[in-house]
Design a protein around this ligand. Structure first.
Ligand SMILES: [Zn+2]
Length: 378
């Protein structure tokens, strides 16, 4: 599967002047183009292991498919986490006429589902599909502004019978992901793709590993690429139960305010404004001492920070925080426009600065600092 997605990634970058020399650009395209609905992260896992294994002291797995790559063997246990899964669905039912209903996985808007291209990963490989839309020529006037509920949505694979669908290698339970290949957005520093949530975090794991491969640090670092975050932080929980971290750092996407229609209290970040630090989300509160440590480290490295309070948001940090007696955590994010949709946008400078920040954090952490961060004695 990997070779196919690599080919697609390279095709979509054809003609881009950076493509030849920018290794990171190629890696980002590979990661976001790979299909990885929750519970079906195989292609992403394959990529992550390919990238991480040569730089790791060892690579292990939890029992549901998360990857844990380790660097170093002594010192405090620092868990750096990003999830591999993306929003998607599974095929639910095939009708006699050859249409497919879909069980959505993760937090979708109903209005994001119609008239989109999708890829179904069947037993014979990828199958292209489109979610149909009502034809305006037969729709009543009041339908023109209506949001169609997900129960009414179906996938069309071009088949005219259930037998033809079966012959394509599709059966109920097969994963479905958005079809929205990576592009550099019109020569800007902004990149358009599906699945930035949370492949951008996965990419940070890889780049921080690369920076620290030949750099000494005082910790055992566990880079956890987890599964099934979008349906309940499941891989974050299972991976953390193996790692038993002293400190947890979750890497995620941040929510921006710099698009039309966002109200003042809803979101705080702007694209290109630097890494974000969550001060609140619905699933976890960060350690105040750890946030102070992030601020101090960022200031020392001249990295700008943004701060987030998002109510409708959960992240793996919440699962890490509650494991094995508890660990101080912080959720660090790369500002992203249009998360949980087919087409999201990130800014390259935000990514590069996040790699700088996480590298600086894990380099600066040591046993006395971790002991101080974990000390609650009055
Ligand atoms: Zn996420």
């Amino acid at each position: 599967m990997r070779r196919l997605w690599l080919a697609i990634a390279l095709l979509t970058m054809w003609g881009h002047p950076l493509a030849a020399q920018d290794r990171v650009l190629t890696m980002l395209a590979e990661l976001v183009n790979a299909p990885g609905a929750p519970g079906f992260e195989d292609s992403v896992r394959h990529l992550m292991v390919d990238y991480m294994k040569p730089m790791a002291t060892r690579v292990t797995y939890d029992g549901i498919g998360s990857v844990i790559a380790q660097q170093g063997t002594t010192g405090p246990r620092i868990m750096v986490d990003a999830h591999m899964d993306e929003l998607g669905g599974v095929v639910r039912r095939v009708t006699p006429a050859g249409f497919l209903s879909m069980q959505m996985l993760g937090g979708w808007f109903d209005q994001a589902l119609v008239d989109q291209r999708w890829v179904i990963i069947g037993s014979k490989g990828p199958v292209h599909a489109v979610t149909g839309i009502r034809d305006i020529h037969v729709a009543a006037p009041e339908e023109r502004t209506r949001v169609f509920p997900r129960e009414s949505i179906f996938l069309d694979v071009g088949a005219s019978s259930d037998a033809q669908v079966k012959a394509m290698g599709i059966s109920p339970g097969d994963p479905v992901v958005p079809d929205a290949p990576f592009i550099v957005l019109n020569g800007t520093n902004n990149y358009l793709a599906k699945a930035w949530d949370d492949r951008i975090g996965c990419a940070v794991l890889i780049e921080v590993m690369r920076r620290l491969e030949h750099t000494s640090h005082a910790n055992t670092i566990y880079y956890a690429a987890t599964v099934q975050e979008e349906i309940g932080l499941r891989g974050g929980q299972t991976a953390a139960s193996i790692v038993k971290p002293d400190i947890g750092i979750a890497l995620e996407v941040g929510i921006v305010k710099d698009v039309p229609g966002v109200q003042a209290e809803e979101a705080q970040e702007v694209l290109g404004g630097g890494p974000g630090v969550f001060l609140y989300d619905a699933s976890a509160l960060p350690s105040r001492k750890l946030v102070a440590f992030v601020k101090e480290t960022a200031a020392g490295a001249s990295i700008p920070l943004q701060f987030d309070f998002i109510t409708g948001y959960g992240e793996d940090g919440a699962a890490i925080q509650k494991t094995d007696g508890g660990a101080p955590i912080v959720n660090l994010v790369i500002p992203t426009r249009y998360t949980h949709a087919h087409n999201g946008i990130i800014n390259r400078a935000d990514f590069d600065r996040m790699v700088d920040l996480v590298t600086a954090l894990v380099t600066k952490l040591d046993a006395p600092t971790v002991a101080r961060l974990r000390d609650y004695a009055p």
